[in-house]
Design a protein. Structure first.
Length: 140
């Protein structure tokens, strides 16, 4: 009984260690599961965000569109692609190694960004749909 408990405790410790030390590969080297236009992705989330979340969340997606806003900070860069008629937007957060490239992007640039979709939701406060991405990189 004591040996079984020890083995179970060791297995749990290994699983916990793996989860907490798991790192993600460079998104630029991962093939996109989907390639979409920003406006089409926003429309899909606006029509049925539950269905769109099931389809896209935690998938690598290449999104093409026009940058409508660049948010620069000391250690981060966020790019937005928005539907100017509805106010709905997609926001991309970049991997550390791709920050210099992202800092060169300007509003109005047409680009393709590849990243891991964190999902989308309707914000009651902002009264608009938003879709967020993490681990993003600019595709060439």
């Amino acid at each position: 009984m004591l040996i079984s408990a020890g083995i179970a405790l060791l297995a749990v410790a290994v699983v916990v260690w793996y989860i907490f030390t798991d790192t993600f590969g460079d998104t630029s080297r991962i093939k996109a599961d989907y390639s979409v236009k920003a406006r089409d992705l926003i429309t899909e989330f606006q029509q049925n965000d539950s269905l769109a979340n099931r389809k896209y969340t935690e998938k690598i997606i290449a999104v093409s569109g026009v940058v409508t806003e660049v948010e620069l900070a000391d250690t981060t860069v966020n790019l937005k692609m928005a539907d100017t008629t509805s106010g709905a937007y997609i926001i991309f957060a970049f991997q550390q190694q791709h920050l210099p490239e992202a800092k060169k992007v300007k509003e109005g640039d047409s680009i393709t960004v590849k990243g891991s979709c964190s999902g989308g939701a309707y914000s009651q406060i902002l009264e608009t749909e938003y879709i967020s991405f993490k681990r993003s990189t600019i595709s060439k």
